[in-house]
Design a protein around this ligand. Structure first.
Ligand code: AMP
Ligand code: MG
Length: 402
């Protein structure tokens, strides 16, 4: 048996980033840039007023009264110097004109006709945003490998970009196997169950920014399994579920080998989801995950998602691991590390976690209730209040009632 980390290392060692493509800056959201983005100009481009106020030369100040001789709105620039001892009325964002270095906000002065009286103490340079104080021309503002969030999209736009290169989205083919499976839309006859894994896995692919391709269901024969796997090799990554154990009707491993792949088969030291097979087939990563719905999703989380993210250029590919206070006793009397579905919340600045109850690996409802995986080492016995490690699985940590 190998550890989760060992299996992750071996798999990730074989994943390389896909090609890049050009998209509009806006379409770049949640993608990764392969290039450094360098500022083409200073931001701000000129010293400018941080307030609606009055601009003047601090050195020429005497007495604290100034005559206002001009007006400068945002969007205009003045090249004619403001004479010493005079002020201009200036709006937020307007470039501070020659002859001025200081701004006093409108609300801080007393206005009397064309004169203003300044407050007692005015600091030289106050309320002026300096040229380049945000971004300096020539600096790398967004390094290669960055995830493009809304703020990066804004910064790229501020640097004048309209399009950019990003790693392309991976196409991930998804294949379910099993004679017992029916597609949703029908009521299962005796002995049959509905194929839910294709859809939970496809949703996990979408959620990670990939592009799922549904291959449907392969019946439990070697020929059918080979045929579907072959079709899946048109995608960038192939994910198969079911048929990977040692049952009489488990053909996935044999099918990959039949097609020329050399399969690394692991009994990964984890619960749920012990069996896991991985192969490179025609240069494409092929994952064979367990069929149990919970095991399939948890295995996707641990092995496929990081690989998918790496293929799409991401540098950070693992979910956050936090420490949380258990809200109830929990124990692992098994021999494998147990990834217990947990309900995580943030209270009083710290994470709290309770389990979702029955942990049978067929119970998809445990993942509906849960939003994290508690890692319980073999033999662990925890009392309520103990700190445990939890992998945070989703973004559902927003607070408050709408
Ligand atoms: P297997 O690994 O093929 O023996 O499947 C293990 C268990 O997972 C069986 O109870 C299957 O019926 C169930 N299972 C396999 N594939 C799927 C699927 N696509 N959707 C839902 N359950 C499945
Ligand atoms: Mg099966």
């Amino acid at each position: 048996m190998v550890s989760i980390e060992e299996a992750q290392r071996t798999i990730l060692g074989q994943i390389t980033p896909l090609e890049t493509e050009k998209v509009s800056v806006f379409q770049g959201l949640n993608r990764v840039t392969p290039e450094d983005h360098i500022a083409p100009w200073d931001i701000p481009a000129a010293d400018n007023s941080a307030m609606d106020g009055y601009a003047f030369s601090h050195a020429a100040l005497s007495g604290g009264r100034l005559r206002v001789t001009g007006f400068l709105p945002a969007g205009e620039a003045r090249t004619v110097p403001v004479p010493a001892g005079e002020a201009i009325r200036i709006m937020t964002g307007a470039p501070v004109p020659p002859g001025c270095d200081t701004v006093v906000p409108i609300e801080d002065v007393a206005e009397e006709g064309e004169w203003i009286s300044l407050p007692a103490a005015v600091t030289a340079g106050a309320h002026v945003r300096n040229r380049g104080e945000d971004i300096r021309r020539g600096n790398v503002v967004i390094p290669a490998g960055s995830l493009l969030r809304p703020q990066e999209i804004g910064m790229l736009s501020a640097m004048g970009s309209t399009s950019l290169a990003v790693y392309r989205r991976a196409r991930v083919a998804i294949l379910s196997t099993g004679d017992e499976l029916l597609e949703p839309g029908s009521t299962p006859a005796p002995g049959k169950i509905i194929n839910s894994n294709s859809y939970s896995l496809a949703a996990q692919v979408l959620d990670a920014g990939g592009d799922p391709v549904l291959l449907g269901i392969a019946p439990d024969t070697l020929a059918a399994t080979c045929g579907k796997i072959q079709a899946g090799l048109n995608a960038d990554i192939l994910v198969i579920t079911g048929g990977v154990s040692v049952g009489d009707r488990d053909f996935v491993k044999a099918a990959i080998e039949e097609l020329g792949g050399s399969v690394t088969f692991w009994k990964v030291n984890m619960k749920p989801g012990k069996p896991l097979a991985f192969a490179m087939l025609e240069g494409k990563p092929v994952f064979a995950l367990p069929g149990n719905p919970v095991a399939a999703m948890v295995s996707f989380e641990l092995f496929v998602r990081p690989s998918l993210l790496k293929a799409m250029g991401h540098k950070r590919v693992f979910r956050p691991l936090v420490r949380a206070a258990l809200q109830e006793p929990a124990a692992n009397d098994g021999k494998r590390p147990h990834l217990v579905r947990g309900i995580v919340s943030v209270q009083d600045d710290s994470y709290k976690v309770s389990t979702t109850g029955d942990q049978s690996s067929g119970r998809l409802s445990s993942l509906i209730q849960g939003n994290g995986l508690i890692r319980l080492a073999p033999g662990a016995v925890h009392a309520a209040g103990d700190e445990v490690e939890v992998l945070l699985l989703d973004r559902g940590f927003e607070m408050g009632e709408a």
